[in-house]
Design a protein around this ligand. Structure first.
Ligand code: SAM
Length: 220
């Protein structure tokens, strides 16, 4: 860790489990941090996608690399109670379980590597990634040609997301990121039955973010 509390020595730190464990241990149970796009802005943008599954607020959502973002909490309070949060930081997961146990008893927090999900095929309607693949793309080097290990990590994440998605209308992997299409689309292509689109989701002022939608399209 660098002398500046919470920051890695350089960006490569964001790609290590050790960094996240130390960060969450030093932040403590009551900290919250959204890397970008606050939940009050993002959730209304996500809802039309969530509701396309036809299950209303019972839609089964998997949050990849939840961190201590407020998105899961805001979704729960809006009535989405089938949100499962996973992250590979054991400390973070213990903190989140303790923090939400009383107020949000149905919220699930599981320690898991998103490249090796412990779920069955079809367990979820929507898989969400907000800024987590970004953390796996922090190696030094040429951003146009990332190291093969990073490419494999990202492709494995998406393969796992596609595996656990129900193969039905409305099912999708949604990825919110600062990463522009040239640098991100490549990780989501090549899944039979799925179609990839993306859009600029603002905010209206300042830096633009993107939402990638890898939707199950075979039945459309
Ligand atoms: C940049 S933060 C994003 C947190 C949150 N989604 C947000 O929007 O604020 C990345 C998070 O992903 C987790 N993470 C990174 N790689 C992971 C992996 N392979 N498996 C599970 N969690 C991972 C980190 O522990 C960290 O909590």
């Amino acid at each position: 860790m660098s002398p500046v509390q919470g920051l890695p020595e350089d960006n490569t730190g964001y790609g290590t489990q050790e960094y996240w464990e130390k960060r969450y241990a030093s932040e403590g149970q009551d900290s919250s941090f959204d890397w970008f796009l606050q939940p009050e802005y993002l959730l209304p943008l996500l809802e039309p996608y969530l509701l396309e599954c036809g299950k209303g607020k019972d839609v089964r959502v998997l949050m990849l690399g939840c961190g201590n973002s407020l998105l899961g909490e805001v979704m729960y309070d809006a009535g989405y109670h089938n949100v499962v949060n996973v992250d590979y930081s054991a400390i973070l997961i213990a903190q989140m379980r303790a923090r939400h146990a009383e107020l949000r008893p149905d919220m699930q927090w599981l320690e898991m590597d998103i490249r090796d999900l412990k779920f069955n095929e079809g367990d979820f309607d929507v898989v969400l990634d907000k800024g987590t693949m970004d953390a796996m793309l922090t190696s030094k080097g040429d951003v146009w040609n990332p190291p093969e290990e990073d490419v494999q990590n990202c492709r494995k994440e998406v393969e796992e997301a596609v595996r656990v998605l129900a193969k039905q209308k409305g099912s999708r992997f949604l990825y919110a990121t600062f990463g522009q299409p040239h640098f991100r689309r490549r990780y989501m292509l090549g899944h039979a039955g799925f179609a990839l689109t993306h859009r600029d989701i603002g905010p209206p002022e300042g830096f633009s973010y993107f939402l990638y939608d890898l939707q199950y399209a075979a039945a459309l």
